[in-house]
Design a protein around this ligand. Structure first.
Ligand SMILES: Cc1cc2nc3c(=O)[nH]c(=O)nc-3n(C[C@H](O)[C@H](O)[C@H](O)COP(=O)(O)OP(=O)(O)OC[C@H]3O[C@@H](n4cnc5c(N)ncnc54)[C@H](O)[C@@H]3O)c2cc1C
Length: 481
């Protein structure tokens, strides 16, 4: 067992005492992310450079203690929670934008750069960074890479993996490697593709080369209001089925509308059953045509109202409701458990109606927020953690929703990752040998299992005899094929 005092002393030797957090009252800040999981780390270290990250990982490797990378802690699947204790490496001081190459449409950034800050930084060059999680005012590029994050505008432009060309990483033994680079194509295996979305289990990202896009010439944002969710869902299928790929199609149900309106006065009509926020962008003529086509499709599904933002202020206001809705749910209940599953778009009507029925059967309100164009559902089960049994019930309902997503041909996560929260559901999609094959990647990157151990894969108890360490042992020295 590692001597905590010695570990803390060695970490302080790397970053200085000011950047090692170890008093219990200070550590509680790092106990949570945005999910319902919580655990206290042994210490939190806040390095300022790749070489410091590398040295901290070497300290951890030497003492055999877990290392959990942490960005802003907005993750919604428990990924940044130090469930097995150990050291949290918080990357928030490494927040420099190192290079902007406007000609080649790329930037090199440190992992602690806040997502929206990159777009603000390059706006004067007429550029932006496309992946836009709703948490973009807080979440970091490192966290986005680790979770392969999406966002409203990922429908047309793709999620984080489509925007990361390469990265510098620190591996579990402290070594520093470059994976990918500044070009789109790299020879050899696509290790970049493996690392994006690996949830901090394979490497710690210390620099990322990301693509930038030119700001579109024209943007139009439409609000389509419906009496109920079924019509709004059918309109989404109709839009995509007509071959239109807007930049974004977001959907909110009545509970979300109620909460968002009360919090930010976004201008969503009172009493609406569902709203769609549809954005089209591109060259001006095409945008006009596409907006008309979207309106035409929506009109087939009995909208109560269709409104186009007339200026940038109105557009911002419409989006402020969508981007602020999760925080606003606090007006409806003290807690929410947000589920992140994806279904084929054609199943939206069925799945949303089954979720409504679950809410009626269980008595727990469920607020539905969707990146609807991608079929990515975010039902949020509203509950009160102070009531005995409430959290267990909310988790159980969330589990049933995930089971339903898989049953109708969908997947366990649209964008928030597996982390701690969904690991027990992995066997719904993957059999033991699938999981084993995935877990064998870890020993290909390291001979120890200190990077975010116990995440993503189900524990042995819930998945036969499978365990990640078993896979590590199997594929380690002397492993049979
Ligand atoms: C209100 C709200 C809205 C959200 N909306 C969206 C959304 O629209 N789309 C979406 O995809 N997500 C969304 N999220 C979830 C979350 O913001 C994203 O997953 C985000 O990418 C997490 O970034 P972070 O910096 O907070 O990472 P953290 O929560 O700190 O960490 C997340 C994971 O990344 C790992 N990690 C962090 N930094 C590194 C690094 N440098 N190297 C290796 N691993 C690292 C951690 O170990 C952990 O496993 C939302 C969350 C909230 C609270």
């Amino acid at each position: 067992m590692a001597d905590r005092a010695v570990v803390i002393q060695e970490l302080a030797g790397v970053v200085g005492t000011d950047y090692v957090v170890h008093e219990p009252e200070d550590l509680v800040v790092f106990e949570y992310d945005g999910s319902v999981d919580q655990a206290l780390p042994m210490a939190v270290v806040i390095p300022d450079s790749t070489s410091q990250v590398s040295a901290c990982v070497r300290v951890a490797a030497c003492h055999g203690v877990p290392v959990v990378a942490r960005g802003a802690g907005t993750g919604l699947s428990g990924g940044a929670v130090a469930e097995q204790g150990g050291i949290v490496i918080a990357l928030t001081r490494m927040n420099r934008i190192l290079e902007v190459d406007a000609d080649n449409l790329l930037a090199v950034v440190e992992p602690g750069v806040v997502n929206i800050d990159l777009t603000h930084h390059v706006a004067s060059d007429g550029l932006y960074y496309a992946p836009d999680p709703s948490s973009q005012r807080a979440c970091t590029i490192g966290g986005n890479v680790a979770e392969n994050s999406g966002g409203p505008h990922c429908l047309a432009y793709g999620v984080t993996t489509n925007h990361v060309l390469g990265m510098e990483v620190v591996l579990a033994d402290g070594s520093v490697e470059w994976i990918g680079g500044k070009t789109r194509e790299n020879a050899g295996h696509d290790l970049r593709g493996i690392l994006v979305g690996s949830e901090g289990t394979l490497a710690i990202v210390t620099k990322a080369v990301v693509r930038l896009l030119r700001q579109p010439e024209s943007v139009k944002t439409l609000l389509a209001v419906f009496a109920d969710l079924d019509e709004a869902s059918a309109a989404v299928s109709g839009i995509i089925g007509a071959g239109i790929v807007p930049a974004a199609i977001e959907m909110m149900d009545d509970l979300c509308i109620q909460a968002a309106e009360a919090a930010v006065h976004a201008g969503y009509p009172e009493g609406a059953g569902a709203v769609l926020l549809v954005e089209v962008d591109g060259i001006a003529e095409a945008v006009e045509e596409e907006a008309e086509a979207v309106e035409e499709v929506c009109n087939r599904f009995n909208p109560l109202q269709i409104r186009t933002a007339t200026d940038e202020d109105e557009r911002e206001r419409l989006w402020s409701g969508r981007k602020g809705v999760l925080g606003a749910l606090g007006r409806l209940a003290p807690n929410y458990f947000l589920v992140d599953g994806t279904v084929p778009r054609t199943k939206l009507v069925e799945v949303l109606s089954r979720i409504r029925q679950m809410s009626v059967d269980t008595g727990y309100p469920i607020a539905n927020l969707l990146h609807a164009g991608d079929g990515n559902l975010h039902p949020s089960v509203l509950f009160d953690q102070r009531k005995p049994g409430d959290i267990e019930s909310a988790l159980e309902i969330g589990g049933k929703i995930l089971e339903m997503c898989v049953e109708v041909g969908g997947v366990l996560s649209g964008e928030h990752g597996i982390g701690l929260e969904k690991q027990q559901y992995m066997p719904l999609m993957f059999n033991e040998s699938d999981l084993d094959a995935m877990a064998r990647l870890k020993p290909a990157f390291a001979t120890n299992d200190i990077l975010n151990p116990g995440k993503v894969f189900p524990s042995g108890a819930s998945c036969g005899e499978f365990s990640q360490m078993a896979a590590v042992a199997k594929a380690g020295p002397g492993a049979s094929a």
